[in-house]
Design a protein around this ligand. Structure first.
Ligand SMILES: [Zn+2]
Ligand SMILES: [Zn+2]
Length: 336
């Protein structure tokens, strides 16, 4: 079978490797659609601490079950399925605290290699995070389960109804936040660099959109001078992380979704943090219950198809990432 390897930044090699056969509890999946993701783009451009090189990559996928290992009851060959690339161990100290997204072995046991003809799904994922694809979803839409799970986790537990949110960043993650926040009844101001994407945000239900250069003015208007209840940082840019605190109201919360490079330090105004009682919250990955919620959102018809702006074959993976790097398109489907 053919598998794409990221050898070093900007070098992808399509390798022929033996097709694995599933051991007990495992499922061998024939990939029908894999999606590009900001994490993969970072890895392609400069390497990524969680994506070893050289190694297979790609982690958003859907497909058809090709073969199942002993003991697998829920799935059989021919089933259309969708899933994510991790599942917690359920035993470690973090899992015992139900902080499943912080499970110590989560990243070690993750599966990469969705830009391939087949992928082997380990038993802990089969048990916890693999679902039958509903027929109303295309394989491409089904493959958005992973980023949507991250966003479901990001907004988990927030009091959004009737409250005001600012989303900074008009990438796929910003848009998924927009869809989820509108569903939860929040009013949304969205900001990003490209006019075309701001227009799309309006069409998707954003109450107000603005270029970053006019953000202060728009915010004044949107929040009647108070600041928003929630700021969602979806750019992963250091200066935006720091600036985010300017837009939140007293008692509000900043959700830091966009991961930055390693070893960066941010500075915040202690007066604002303390006397204005502002909460800074990181958001990383997802728990199985977030995946379940994301699955239900898709099952119930959340429209995510607009995120996929073009399609490429396995041999054109480099071309796809080079286009993404130029800011063209939101997400691409890779069809093996
Ligand atoms: Zn992703
Ligand atoms: Zn664990």
């Amino acid at each position: 079978m053919r598998v794409s390897y990221l050898i070093k930044p900007e070098l992808i090699e399509l390798r022929e490797v033996p097709k694995p056969s599933p051991a007990e509890g495992e499922v061998l999946l024939k990939i029908e659609a894999a999606l590009t993701c900001g994490t993969d783009l970072k890895a392609f451009l400069r390497g990524h601490p969680l994506i070893p090189m050289p190694g297979p990559f790609g982690h958003e996928f859907s497909g058809t079950v090709a073969e199942v290992g002993r003991g697998v009851k829920k799935f059989k060959p021919g089933d259309c399925v969708m899933g994510v690339h991790t599942a917690p161990c359920l035993h470690c100290a973090y899992c015992q605290k139900k902080a499943y997204n912080l499970c110590v072995s989560l990243m070690e046991t993750k599966i990469l290699g969705a830009y391939a003809e087949y992928i082997l799904i380990p038993s802990q994922i089969v048990k916890q995070n693999l679902y039958h694809k509903p027929s109303n979803l295309s394989f491409e839409e089904a493959a958005t389960l992973e980023p949507l799970s991250c966003v479901v986790h990001s907004i988990d537990g927030l009091n959004l109804k009737g409250n005001k949110s600012l989303i900074i960043g008009c990438g796929p993650i910003g848009f998924l936040h927009l869809l989820c926040l509108k569903l939860k009844g929040s009013q949304v101001l969205m900001t990003g660099l490209e006019m075309e994407r701001l227009q799309l945000a309006k069409e998707l239900g954003a109450d107000m959109v603005t270029a970053p250069s006019d953000l202060d003015m728009a915010l004044e208007d949107f929040s009647e001078g108070l600041g928003v209840d929630y700021v969602f940082e979806c750019t992963g840019q250091l200066d935006v992380w720091e600036r985010s605190i300017r837009y939140v109201r007293r008692g509000g919360q900043i959700i830091l979704f966009g991961g930055t490079k390693k070893d960066l330090i941010v500075t915040y105004d202690t007066y604002r943090l303390h006397y204005d009682e502002i909460t800074l919250r990181g958001s990383f990955h997802f728990k199985p219950k977030d995946v379940k919620k994301a699955f239900e959102l898709l099952y119930n018809g959340l429209k995510v198809g607009f995120l996929i702006t073009d399609r490429f074959g396995l041999t054109d993976l480099s071309v796809a990432f080079k286009k993404l790097a130029k800011g063209k398109g939101l997400k691409y489907a890779i069809i093996p």
